[in-house]
Write a protein that binds this ligand. Structure first.
Ligand SMILES: [Zn+2]
Ligand SMILES: [Zn+2]
Length: 171
């Protein structure tokens, strides 16, 4: 077990580029803290499966990242769990002519920054526990999925739905 788990995400670029078509498999199970991701939404080990293939002028990395997450429902605050599966397709080059490519640093490609970026991008912001979640009564605070109350929430309900709409527009 290497002292720094992120070493797994570093690949010797020269070795691969010497022979176009060479491949390297990378498999890593990472903690969010190892990765430098300070985010309460990450609920477990981040699973990384990559294949790096060299071409004439770069290294193409494809594969997937699976991130288990745990986020409160935006209406009723019940914990919602899921897994974000992200498809990765990146190019690493010595000469980053187009902005889409990552830089080969010295002799290495380091995929940690890309993994970090993908993980943070794909974590859900405000999920619903289910599409028709009834939410919490804004007056008495009961979970309206579990039970009902007699509160008159007609005015406040409008505000909730406006908030929901705003959040959906963000997506
Ligand atoms: Zn809910
Ligand atoms: Zn109520």
């Amino acid at each position: 077990m290497p002292s720094n788990p992120l070493h797994i995400l570093r690949v010797n670029a020269r070795e691969l580029l010497r022979q176009p078509g060479m491949t390297r498999q990378i498999h890593a199970d990472l903690d969010a803290t190892d990765l430098g991701v300070q985010d309460d939404r990450v609920a477990g080990v981040i699973d990384v499966e990559f294949e790096a293939v060299s071409s004439i002028d770069g290294i193409v990395v494809t594969g997937s990242i699976s991130t288990p997450w745990r986020v409160p429902c935006r209406r009723c605050l019940t914990e919602v769990v899921g897994t974000a599966r992200i498809a990765v397709d990146e190019v690493y080059r010595d000469d980053v002519g187009d902005a889409d490519a990552f830089q080969i640093e010295g002799d290495q490609i380091d995929m940690a920054p890309a993994v970090r970026e993908y993980v943070l991008l794909e974590l859900p912001d405000a999920p619903l526990c289910r599409d028709d979640c009834a939410g919490i009564c804004p007056i008495c605070g009961i979970d309206r999925n579990q039970t009902s109350c007699e509160c008159d929430t007609s005015a406040r309900d409008d505000r909730w739905s406006t908030l929901d709409r705003l959040r959906l527009d963000d997506d």
